[in-house]
Design a protein around this ligand. Structure first.
Ligand SMILES: [Zn+2]
Length: 73
């Protein structure tokens, strides 16, 4: 059997799927943190999460088209 390969979502490096890798689906802790960091930044810009009292200033700051949905499973 050949080892299953998959690309790291962050750096696209091909990795062997291993249960020994604690950073799956990332190749390394660095990529995992990078991706989580990117997600955290994005999450502050989710229009649906903006409450009514924040709406007056944030609605003008957060263009809908710039919102990228985070990948959560
Ligand atoms: Zn990576």
């Amino acid at each position: 059997m050949s080892t299953k390969k998959f690309p790291c979502p962050e750096c696209k490096k091909e990795l062997a799927w291993s249960t020994d890798n604690p950073y799956r689906p990332f190749c390394s802790e660095r990529c995992k943190l990078l991706d989580l960091g990117a997600w955290a930044n994005e999450s502050y810009q989710i229009p649906a999460a903006i409450s009514a009292e924040e709406d007056d200033y944030s609605s003008s700051m957060i263009p809908m088209e710039n919102w990228k949905s985070p990948t959560i499973h």
